[in-house]
Design a protein around this ligand. Structure first.
Ligand SMILES: [Mn+2]
Length: 284
């Protein structure tokens, strides 16, 4: 990921700081929050036949973040996504979730350090230090053609951010300590409100309204926002079909359901709203 930032390139697209923009694509798979559920991750990889899928660098496997915490195998999920990124760097995009930002935004449900301590008692501190460095390299937002804008939490409400999104997201990646845009990408939730934003009960991030979504879609020339961050039964649609929430964790969330999105180039070009994308969502 450091190398991609240095060269500014990924197969079929460009990398600017924390922003990945894919212009040439053949197939896209999107995975939402995993939260330490390595069995669901393995089931998704089997279902997409990942060995052959990842051989084509124009196929993209995008993770929406929140790899760790809550489930029983955060280390297993991290190990797998790192292996995928290392063996198929051009086809794998790792977006950063709020659970991958503990040093900037401390919060209470971050149990990864305890899991590492229990499983790797002698190396836990060293491993965790390297994991934090990995989190700092993760992508903040991904634009897929003129179709999709992918983030973990939601869209920043800063009025000038959409039109300057390339510069703003790359700055957020560089000075991320307490950067508002960074915080909101990782923590925001879409709500049907008349204003641009309201306070979030999460304590970090904000609720953002439909007008903010419209502005970001116009600026990035995309049609649907895909994000994770909230448990649901596979997916949920907000903001009049402009936002799709995807959820891919089962083990720590009985009562919800895990899903992933699989879509090819032709289908991507035809997607007009979140409903079209929901029809390409596979429930596990
Ligand atoms: Mn989250």
């Amino acid at each position: 990921m450091r190398q991609e930032r240095r060269t500014g390139a990924i197969a079929g697209g460009s990398v600017t700081g924390g922003l990945v923009e894919i212009s040439e694509i053949e197939n896209l798979v999107v995975v939402g929050d995993l939260h330490g559920d390595s069995r669901t991750l393995a089931a998704i990889l089997r279902a997409i036949d990942h060995d052959s899928f990842l051989k084509n660098p124009l196929n993209k496997l995008v993770f929406l973040g929140d790899y760790v915490d809550r489930g029983s195998d955060s280390a297993g999920v991290l190990g797998t996504v790192c292996r995928l990124k290392r063996t198929s760097p051009g086809s794998v995009v790792l977006i950063r979730g709020n659970h991958e930002a503990p040093s900037e935004f401390p919060f209470s449900s971050h149990d990864l350090p305890y899991e590492l301590g229990a499983r790797f008692p002698r190396q836990a501190r060293e491993i965790y230090g390297r994991v934090l460095a990995l989190f700092g390299q993760m992508t903040l937002a991904t634009v897929v053609g003129s179709s999709l804008l992918l983030v973990h939490g939601g869209l920043p409400t800063e009025p000038d951010a959409p039109e300057n999104y390339r510069a703003r997201i790359s700055v957020a990646q560089e000075n991320h300590i307490r950067d508002r845009v960074m915080e909101e990408l990782l923590w925001n939730d879409p709500r049907t409100i008349g204003s641009d934003w309201e306070r979030s009960p999460r304590g970090l991030g904000r609720h953002f309204g439909p007008a903010v979504t419209e502005r970001w879609l116009a600026a990035t020339k995309t049609r649907v926002v895909v994000r994770g961050h909230e448990p649901c039964r596979g997916y949920r649609i907000d903001h009049d079909g402009k936002v799709l929430t995807l959820f891919s964790s089962a083990e720590p969330y009985p009562g919800f359901a895990a899903a992933y999105i699989k879509v090819d180039k032709g289908e991507l070009e035809k997607i007009k709203n979140a409903g079209d994308l929901a029809r390409r969502t596979v429930l596990l």
